[in-house]
Write a protein that binds this ligand. Structure first.
Ligand code: GDP
Length: 444
């Protein structure tokens, strides 16, 4: 769970403060000591912590705060405001060029999530802004990168421009933009090469692409799990390329907060989006105030409401019911259903967005292991399209091949297919109004 330790420690410090009717300078000092430790432990950059503590302390010991009727509440408000400020204050959105297509360069270290995020951004632009994007495959070094982007493009039904790995990335980018112009597309998203570490050749190549393509946005994709190291990486990329914004990925993991809280202060560049899952719709605009409230455990109702609206797809649900009734529910539908449910993210994360839920005992036990769904998905994805549509043909030899392809034991493959068949039977009976289908659920 993201920010868990940080939230807990900050809440402890705040709760003590909230209870006090009268607050002294010494109380503020004591609280700020705890806040400082909490931030350092969350891997926030040392200098950022120092400045933050100084600013909050200076505001908190002002006479208008200490002598007010609710000094504890006021101080909590100050902490929240300053956290918001630390992350940039206002939300910053994606810029568009005066003349289409708007060029966006995606840069970052290998594994940060650059290629996936390029896909997510394309999907976001189309879904939320009604734009027509083109993905450009300009990472010619990582063996599977081009294919990965093409697969993502297919999944999203977004065009991908590639020229293989024998043409220079600058040329690929140039020709991609020409194509977007000719086809009157609104955005091009250039997936550039990453390295394990920052190196000069890479930076030179990125500078060359920048010079030729004149991007409106250069988004650096960084992995939130790397803590304040993410801020260092951002600093280096910014020095070399003058990036325009950061996309912070893997906020669904148990990141401690160091990246989210350090990046803006260290680089001066805003976080514009966050990624919170492997799926292609797991991208959200970054709102500093909402993030501050989430870190403080004060709930994030706005995001929760937006998520619920986005994810509830009534038409799809009806389609599923019809399929069940006609007994034509197959593995493709199965995956789609799984995605719909897990679209909203881990259930415990959703509940924690509700103010006050953070402290509910037993919430941590309410977990659906995302690894289980990921494993099932891996198995289904190793099936051929024909097998997915027609599970009856899954012979032993096919099952062995699927087990090898998904790197799961054959017993697990068998179990999953059995479960699928049983639930299909049960659901089909239930959808026809026959509740006896429930018996199958319990293996009777
Ligand atoms: P690249 O080398 O920077 O292009 O990285 P990829 O796009 O290939 O991503 C590396 C891995 O991180 C892949 O397994 C992605 O599915 C995963 N990934 C990317 N973004 C996220 C995210 O927001 N959350 C999670 N959990 N995984 C992510």
């Amino acid at each position: 769970m993201a920010f868990e330790g940080l939230t807990e420690r900050l809440q402890n410090a705040m709760t003590k403060m909230r209870r006090k009717g009268k607050v002294s300078e010494a109380d503020v000092k004591e609280m700020m000591r705890e806040v400082r430790l909490a931030l350092l432990e969350a891997d926030v950059n040392f200098k950022v912590v120092k400045d933050f503590v100084k600013t909050v302390s200076a505001r908190a010991v002002g006479s208008e705060v200490l002598e007010s009727l609710s000094p504890g509440q006021q101080i909590i408000k100050i902490v929240s405001e300053e956290l918001t400020d630390l992350m940039g204050g206002e939300q910053e959105t994606i810029q568009t060029a005066a003349k289409a297509p708007t060029v966006v360069m995606m840069v970052g270290l290998q594994g940060a999530g650059k290629t996936t995020t390029a896909g997510k951004l394309a999907s976001y632009l189309r879904k939320n802004q009604n734009k027509r994007p083109l993905l450009i495959a300009a990472d010619i070094y990582r063996p599977a990168a081009i294919q990965q982007l093409e697969t993502i493009g297919k999944q999203l039904d977004v065009p991908v421009f590639s020229m293989g790995d024998q043409v220079s990335p600058v040329e690929i980018a140039r020709q991609g933009i020409e194509k977007a112009k000719a086809e009157h597309l609104d955005f091009v998203l250039i997936d550039t090469a990453g390295r394990l570490q920052i190196d000069e050749t890479l930076m030179q190549e990125l500078s060359d692409i920048k010079e030729i393509t004149q991007p409106t946005e250069i988004f650096l994709v960084v992995d939130a799990m790397t803590g304040q190291e993410a801020a260092n990486v951002a600093s280096s990329f910014n020095e070399q390329l003058d990036i325009s914004g950061v996309i912070l990925t893997k906020l669904d993991g148990d990141t401690r907060g160091g990246a989210a809280l350090s990046i803006r202060a260290v680089t001066g560049k805003p976080i514009k989006f966050t990624g919170s899952g492997e799926k292609l719709d797991a991208l959200e605009p970054f709102y500093p105030d909402r993030m501050a409230n989430r870190i403080l455990g004060m709930g994030d109702m706005l995001t929760l409401i937006e998520k619920a609206q986005q994810d509830f797809d009534e038409k799809k649900s009806e389609e599923m019911i019809t399929k069940l009734r006609e007994n034509s529910f197959d593995f493709n539908d199965f995956i789609e259903q799984m995605d719909q449910v897990s679209n909203m993210g881990p259930i415990e994360d959703i509940l924690k967005m509700i103010p006050g839920m953070n402290n509910v005992p037993g919430l941590d036990k309410l977990q659906i292991d995302p690894k289980d769904t990921a494993r099932m998905k891996a198995i289904v994805l190793s099936m051929t399209p024909q097998e997915r549509e027609n599970p009856d043909i899954l012979s032993q030899s096919r099952r062995r091949r699927i087990a090898r392809g998904s790197a799961r034991p054959i017993a697990e493959v068998n179990r999953m297919i059995k479960q699928f068949n049983e639930s299909k039977k049960m659901m089909s009976q239930m959808s026809k109004g026959n509740m006896n289908g429930m018996d199958n659920l319990f293996g009777q």
